[in-house]
Design a protein around this ligand. Sequence first.
Ligand code: SAM
Length: 205
Amino acid sequence: MKSKQAVNEHYYVRQPKSKPRLGLIRTHLRGGLFEFLTSSSVFSKRRVDLGTRLLIESMVLPEKGKVLDLGCGYGPVGVVAAVVNPELHVVMVDVNQRAVRLARENAKRSRTGNVEVRRGFLYEPVEGMEFDAVLCNPPVSAGMKTVTSIVTNAPRHLRENGSFQIVVRTKIGGKRLSAELGKVFGNVEVLSKGSGYRVLLSKKS
Ligand SMILES: C[S@@+](CC[C@H](N)C(=O)[O-])C[C@H]1O[C@@H](n2cnc3c(N)ncnc32)[C@H](O)[C@@H]1O
């Protein structure tokens, strides 16, 4: 019998306790075929989330340098970035131990040699590092406080001209997040829209 905790376990817990039920997603992204191992208690086990897909298809990748995928889950954003541009060094971070293991496995499966996965809370695992782009599909279920903290702390982790790219549900926090980006960076543009989501981009000047 499933325990109540296992049934209700959030995808953003540090140490999932439920027995992992694995899944496999095979899909085309940015013109290439990708295969991702997924699991219960990790965000979007059955398919690439629509917001994730929009972020991946529209993200603007630097020609070289470092990219951070914050809240990487099983790793679709960071792995695709690393495959699309092997010149990049991609760091992926997640608080969820199971997500971190899957992201490492998926990076290996995609034969990327330019990926590193770190476990920890928000920017803690990359303290002192600066990136050319920070990409994020934020954990809205963990609360707007967490999402706001991701935005307000982003400039400290960006080089000059570095970009912050975040996907948001238009009707859930879209306006608020756009206003927050405008306040923090002094600029914000809508990079893409679709399926009820939008990708916002701000630049550090
Ligand atoms: C909406 S999911 C996106 C996952 C993945 N990027 C994707 O698009 O499929 C947000 C991710 O943020 C992670 N997360 C939640 N709170 C976090 C925190 N405080 N620090 C780091 N990661 C966190 C969750 O575990 C989850 O994997």
